[in-house]
Write a protein that binds this ligand. Structure first.
Ligand SMILES: [Zn+2]
Length: 53
């Protein structure tokens, strides 16, 4: 299973903003706000910065 179609523009995820932000500690998920980095939001439970999903 190595005959994949030619990727257009490389990996699709590259340079793409995450669709959600997630807490690395408890798994809390928050909707991503466009233009707002996940790290600027904090988990309401843990109080730590969220990560891009
Ligand atoms: Zn958390």
């Amino acid at each position: 299973m190595t005959d994949e179609p030619t990727p257009i523009g490389g990996r699709a995820r590259r340079g793409q903003a995450p669709i959600a932000c997630i807490c690395p500690q408890c798994g809390y998920e928050a909707q991503k706000t466009a233009g707002v980095p996940c790290r600027s939001m904090t988990c309401p439970k843990c109080g730590i910065p969220l990560m891009g999903k």
